[in-house]
Design a protein around this ligand. Structure first.
Ligand code: ADP
Ligand code: MG
Ligand code: MG
Length: 880
């Protein structure tokens, strides 16, 4: 087994496909070498070695050691013969982490290894640049100390700030060689204080400790948290890349930069990024000095710029994908240090995929496959209302598009806590800059605002990955953590008060701004058309109002899969009649009240049928338990209001509330059990639906109502209710002298219904899996009561994923398969018909669940209007 893969000198042992083994960074370094791009030589220690390291109790396997030594020798030759750590003329190395999936900034990188008290002198002499030599030395003491040996980076920072104050200078670059020599002394003191030992003077020892540190960082808190949020699991570990150092901090003909081959916010085909002259490594990202935009390099280093533009072309042509690159210029010579496919917003993902296809790099099918379905969320986010009167008070750098309004929160832990208490809370996290420690708070916030940092800063990169609005580098924002206030351009805002950011323009506003619904145009609509060419599964929507129905149609919905009727009961104009119906104890009384509700119901259905002209509409009959419509037991004021409203006494109301009280309403008197006991409720709903259908059909529109009876567990429930519904429908049609096509089906949301699906399909003309209830009933988890245990279940991997988010394939999914098989077989045998089956419920908009629904042969999924494009794309990807 090979532990170490060398790269350099236009060849490499590995290649770009070996991401699992070499990590993304290592695989792409190898690939770049092979296609002739200048890369400093080095080698990659595999992710398998990382796994073995942990298996052997954090020890590098013996067999890897001689391979590492040989690879160091090869690197020395490939880099022109300098020796690693040679006191007279040292070759220095970086030790860089890199897993199969990119985890930016989550793991450790150490630069300038191999420097010692002796070799720093050699480097100073050889380069004739003592300032550079000591700058490099102080950096390695800091990085090695804080990442490999547990020193606090802050303490090193403190020393450099103190020295700058003493010398009366502002920038790191203003410090002289002698200043830096002094700084090295102080850094070494910090190191010794923490570690107990001197900074190691043996380059080989440094290297081995650094390799250990990178392996350890794989299980650091930051990395673990990141993998949790990004749902990354099943990786072997991180690879370690050891690479000859090149220096961007050798003076004004040197520099370093990070760039994207296209704009990762908008997807526009422009070179996008930042660089710094006379700087090293993370300086561009860390926000220490303000970096320059890429375009300016053309005038500062025209030759290097031209070469970079060529490499940009080469990489895009080779990878057929937008790349995120890192480079360093050492004394006029360009070296590439990294390339990977770049993180981008959903908006950019769509534009890039469509343009790459139009440019002929990839096929339309590839373009469709490229865009993660969930990332469309970004294009479906509300935008700030352009007509808003709220004026911007400051402007920062537009780092991740979209608008967000929320309460100011200054601390990530607090943001996380507030979000845990109230999942709907709207927060804007305001920080000077963010670091990997902030990811949980950033995740909890609606938007992120920082006062420093550029387009490639941590905040910008992370926000973009999540499609969260973000404004960075807004230096007019001053933060006072102690006072829990910020001032924006002189105006004070307290934590907890609202501000608004526009990540598309960089604007910052005080107060709330209204948002408007997005629409589907341009590249987005092109991509969706390409997707539809491959798609098999139909996509419907869950909608209870004509407005939602129209929005969903605009997004491509092919029908309504779930129209809930209970929402219609809550309107101000009708809740009184609903309550009257519930409170009456006689059939006569109920009928009288229902007669008042009926015209409202009918009007609702007319509106929906008109909006959905020509497309099927599945209407679910009343589902929730009746007490949901009455005031709660402790709500005296509410009860008084209702008493007045329906002309009864508070006592009567509480009596009825008492009667209706259930120990477990989720499994109580609800669903089809309501019309079984009170058939008049069902009659009223069926009449409203059929009469509405007749009216709309008379206007020349095509109406396809599908009446859906919820929570059926045994055939007999359905038999009884269907018979009654057919009778009512026939009566309506006879009276009007008009026929409408309608069907009657059922929701499958009880385990028993899945098992007895063959029986139920004798009567049901269609099935719709209610996967929310089916999940509740299968697990015996009440969806509203999982807070207490679900986090622990997920943390301990007892469940891989919340089953209310993604269908539990092995349990709930198996029941669905049984239901499909039995239902379809029986319907075919008895009636010679194909049984149409779909799902409604939250899972219909979850890409992984959509893929599963495609695989098990459903006819359609139904989801909320704003998830329709996501479901369309996921369904297409499943079929391609
Ligand atoms: P990350 O995975 O966090 O991006 P990297 O391993 O890419 O970490 O290292 C961060 C930065 O360190 C690089 O962008 C580059 O500027 C610098 N760096 C790493 N290796 C070298 C090297 N061999 N020579 C010069 N700079 C390097
Ligand atoms: Mg990097
Ligand atoms: Mg249900």
């Amino acid at each position: 087994q090979k532990h170490v893969y060398s790269f350099g000198g236009k060849t490499a042992d590995g290649d770009g496909k070996q991401k699992e083994l070499l990590g993304g960074k290592g695989a792409n370094l190898a690939e770049m070498c092979k296609i002739g791009i200048p890369v400093p030589p080095g080698f990659t220690i595999t992710t398998e070695v990382c796994a073995a390291y942990y298996e052997q109790g954090k020890k590098i396997p013996e067999a890897a050691i001689p391979e590492i030594e040989a690879a160091v020798k090869k690197m020395e030759i490939d880099f022109g013969g300098k020796k690693f750590g040679d006191p007279a003329d040292p070759l220095l190395v970086s030790v860089r982490s890199g897993a199969a999936l990119s985890m930016p900034g989550m793991m450790n990188t150490i630069l300038n290894l191999g420097l010692t008290d002796a070799s720093v002198e050699g480097l100073a002499k050889k380069t004739n640049n003592p300032r550079f030599a000591y700058d490099s030395y102080r950096r390695v003491i800091d990085m090695f100390g804080s990442t490999a040996m547990g020193c606090e980076h802050e303490e090193f920072e403190h020393e450099i700030h103190k020295l700058k104050d003493e010398k009366g200078v502002k920038l790191d670059t203003d410090l002289t060689a002698d200043d830096l020599k002094e700084l090295v002394k102080r850094y070494k003191a910090v190191y010794k204080k923490h570690v107990g030992d001197d900074f190691p003077q043996d380059p080989k020892k440094q290297l081995m400790l650094a390799i250990n540190a990178v392996f350890n960082s794989w299980n650091g808190n930051k990395a673990i948290e990141y993998r949790r949020i990004e749902r990354i699991s099943g990786l072997k570990g991180t690879a370690v890349n050891v690479q000859a150092m090149v220096f961007g901090n050798m003076g004004d003909t040197s520099g370093t930069g990070v760039a994207f081959t296209r704009d990762p916010n908008t997807g526009e085909n422009v070179f996008y990024g930042d660089y710094l002259i006379n700087a090293q490594g993370e300086d561009v990202v860390a926000g220490i000095r303000t970096p320059e935009p890429m375009a300016k390099l053309d005038s500062e280093m025209p030759k290097v710029y031209k070469q970079l533009m060529e490499i940009r072309q080469t990489l895009e042509k080779h990878y057929k994908e937008m790349q995120d690159i890192e480079f360093t210029v050492q004394d006029g010579t360009l070296y590439m240090l990294q390339t990977r496919s770049g993180k981008r917003t959903g908006t950019a993902a769509v534009r890039i995929a469509v343009e790459l296809a139009k440019e002929g790099h990839i096929s339309e099918t590839d373009a469709v496959k490229r865009v993660p379905a969930d990332s469309l969320n970004h294009l479906l986010q509300p935008q700030l209302d352009p007509k808003s009167k709220v004026k911007p008070v400051a402007q920062g750098i537009a780092a991740s598009p979209g608008g967000a309004t929320g309460k100011v929160v200054l601390n990530s832990a607090e943001a996380k806590e507030m979000h845990e208490k109230d999942a709907n809370v709207k927060l804007i996290l305001v920080r000077k800059e963010t670091s990997p420690e902030d990811v949980a708070g950033m995740h909890a916030a609606q938007g992120i605002l920082t006062s420093t940092g550029g387009k490639a800063s941590h905040a910008a990169v992370v926000a973009r990955g999540w499609g969260k609005p973000c404004v960075v580098g807004c230096d007019e924002v001053k933060i006072d953590e102690a006072a829990q206030t910020i001032t924006i351009a002189g105006k004070t805002v307290k934590a907890g008060e609202f501000i608004t950011i526009n990540g598309t323009t960089g604007d910052v506003m005080i107060g709330k701004v209204e948002t408007i619904a997005p629409s589907m145009t341009g590249d987005f609509s092109t991509l969706m058309q390409w997707a539809d060419k491959g798609r098999k599964l139909k996509i419907r929507t869950n909608a209870d109002s004509p407005a939602d129905a129209l929005k969903a149609r605009e997004f491509g919905a092919e029908g309504i899969g779930l129209c809930r009727t209970e929402h219609m009961f809550f309107g101000d104009d009708r809740i009184a009649a609903v309550r009257e119906m519930i409170l009456s104890t006689t059939e006569e009384g109920r009928k009288k009240a229902l007669a008042k509700i009926e015209p409202f119901q009918k009007a609702d259905f007319v509106g929906i049928f008109e909006a959905m002209d020509g497309l099927p509409v599945t209407i679910r009959l009343l589902d929730p338990p009746l007490h949901e419509f009455l005031p709660q037991k402790d709500n005296k004021a509410g009860a008084e209001a209702v008493a007045k409203q329906v002309g009864t006494t508070v006592e009567k109301i509480f009596e009825r509330v008492e009667e209706l009280h259930e120990m477990n309403p989720m499994m109580g008197f609800r669903g089809c059990r309501l019309p079984v006991v009170f058939p008049e409720i069902g009659d009223m709903q069926v009449r409203a639906i059929i009469e509405a259908a007749i009216d709309v059909q008379k206007k020349g529109k095509k109406v396809l109502p599908e009446l859906m009876i919820p929570l059926v567990g045994v055939l007999e429930e359905l038999t009884m209710l269907k018979k009654r519904a057919v009778a009512v429908a026939e009566e309506c049609m006879a009276k009007a002298g008009v026929k409408v096509e309608y069907t009657i089906g059922t929701m499958i949301e009880l385990p028993r219904a899945c098992i007895a699906a063959d029986k139920i399909a004798e009567e049901a003309e269609f099935f719709s899996f209610g996967t929310n209830d089916l999940t509740q009933m299968t697990f015996g988890f009440s969806r509203d009561d999982i807070k207490g245990f679900m986090p622990t279940y997920l943390a301990n991997k007892i469940l891989p994923i919340d089953p209310f988010q993604t269908i539990d394939f092995n349990g709930v999914g198996e029941l669905m398969k049984i239901g499909i098989q039995k239902g379809r077989d029986s319907r075919k045998a008895k009636h010679g018909q194909h049984l149409k089956i779909g799902i409604c419920g939250e899972h219909g908009g979850d890409p992984d669940s959509v893929v599963f629904c495609h695989q098990i042969g459903l006819d359609y999924v139904s989801c909320s209007p704003f998830r329709v494009p996501i479901a369309r794309l996921a369904a297409a990807q499943a079929a391609m």
